[in-house]
Design a protein around this ligand. Structure first.
Ligand SMILES: NC(=O)c1ccc[n+]([C@@H]2O[C@H](COP(=O)([O-])OP(=O)(O)OC[C@H]3O[C@@H](n4cnc5c(N)ncnc54)[C@H](O)[C@@H]3O)[C@@H](O)[C@H]2O)c1
Length: 383
């Protein structure tokens, strides 16, 4: 009975994801709702300790949200025995070193994806965390999106019959930074800084495909840098050394095939920034971030190819909205809650550092598939 505090070192909270999704929309949102209800009259109260490199930025964020604990000294925070969890949303290239330190200090680990820039680094983190006996988790937020939760409901309800294929379209135009500011950080476009859309997005596609349809067994990718020069936050022109588009084909355990285009050099002509169309023998569905529309075999029209006549069907109108039937919380917060329950109550948690390593593996093999111009098997990872 009562309130139990869990102190969480949060590194990278000055960044886009660390601040908005993890600090404000997850940890502070949990505090706004009175803490996490653990059942039996017990509540878990998350106490963030902000960690970063820029003192003034941390101080400003702490002040804005009435927080009192912040530090630019990661080692000192990790040496504090009252801190139980280390969370990392730094740039990807800084992750491995910091997480290793946190594991050595005996902290439970929760980290953004990708967990490392290469598979060896990602597996090493998983091995170290297991050896140290700490709990660990990786942000895999897309499977908590309302659209994908509704899609999962259709799958679990047997709506599709045999699933044949999945087609994903992800992307939007990221401004080059010259005449309009880029809406993503410039390190995303420099390979030497851990950037690249394959490294960024294939980890997401790995767990989306794995959790919903089956493990990825092979990958074939074509990768491109469509925009070779961009302008950074300081107005300096730089060479984009990382890929800004990746066109992937993934074979899945169970026989379905997935084809996903990811691009920061495409203009949106869809309802959402990401959409997946799933076609099965008994039905099809299109899921985005929030919505999911379905068409059953019984309501499937029978168009006939005739380019001489104007289209007679309003194809989009022939799909039915899948109802929410529940309230969906922010996906990042939903996963935080599960991870905190894992730490506090030892409840199971599926998305650990080994799952994170699978994402890094798929990104690495995707890039290799492009470089070698061939399809590659994706071996099952073990520790
Ligand atoms: N789950 C998701 O949907 C999702 C979406 C975007 C990004 N991410 C991941 O989150 C992480 C952060 O991405 P972001 O978009 O918030 O980046 P960002 O550039 O906005 O933030 C990066 C953070 O890392 C810190 N940092 C530490 N060392 C640094 C260094 N050497 N150079 C620059 N910054 C440094 C910065 O101070 C800042 O707090 C990345 O690993 C990225 O892959 C995840």
């Amino acid at each position: 009975m009562g309130r139990r505090t869990v102190r969480i070192a949060m590194n990278g909270v000055t960044g886009r994801m660390g601040y908005r999704q993890h600090l404000v929309r997850s940890v502070l949102a949990l505090r706004e709702q009175g803490g996490l209800d653990l059942g039996g009259g017990e509540t878990l109260w998350p106490e963030p300790v902000l960690v970063g490199r820029r003192e003034h930025a941390l101080k400003e964020i702490a002040g804005r949200h009435g927080l009192t604990e912040w530090s630019t000294d990661l080692d000192a925070v990790l040496a504090d025995d009252t801190v139980e969890i280390y969370f990392d949303a730094q740039v990807t290239s800084a992750r491995v070193e910091a997480v290793r330190k946190a594991v050595a200090a005996g902290k439970h680990i929760y980290a953004e994806k990708p967990t490392a820039t290469d598979l060896d680094g990602a597996l090493d983190l998983a091995r170290r965390a297991n050896a140290a006996g700490v709990k660990h988790g990786v942000v895999q937020d897309k499977v908590f999106l309302p659209g994908l939760l509704k899609l999962k409901r259709l799958i679990d309800g047997g709506f599709f019959g045999r699933i044949l294929s999945v087609r994903g379209e992800f992307g939007y135009w990221v401004f080059e930074g010259d005449w309009q500011e880029a809406q993503r950080p410039s390190w995303n476009y420099r390979a030497q800084d851990g950037g690249g859309i394959t490294v960024d997005m294939f980890p997401h596609w790995e767990y989306v495909l794995h959790d919903l349809f089956g493990r990825v067994t092979s990958v074939q990718a074509h990768v491109a840098t469509h925009i070779p020069q961009r302008v950074d936050e300081q107005g300096r022109t730089y060479e984009a050394t990382a890929d800004d588009a990746a066109y992937g084909i993934f074979q899945l355990e169970g026989g379905a095939v997935a084809q996903i285009n990811s691009s920061w050099a495409v203009r949106v002509n869809r309802d959402e920034l990401v959409e997946f169309q799933v076609d099965g023998t008994h039905g099809s569905a299109v899921a985005g971030l929030r919505t999911c529309r379905a068409q059953h075999r019984g309501t499937t029209p029978k168009p006939v190819w005739n380019p001489d006549l104007p289209a007679t069907y309003d194809f989009r109108a022939q799909w039915q909205e899948v109802p929410d039937n529940t309230e969906f919380d922010n996906g990042f917060k939903a996963e935080w809650e599960l991870f905190l329950r894992h730490v506090a109550l030892d409840e199971p948690f599926a998305w650990d550092l080994l799952a994170g390593a699978r994402g890094v593996q798929l990104a690495q093999l995707g890039l290799r598939s492009h470089a070698e111009g061939r399809r590659l098997d994706v071996p099952e990872l073990t520790l």
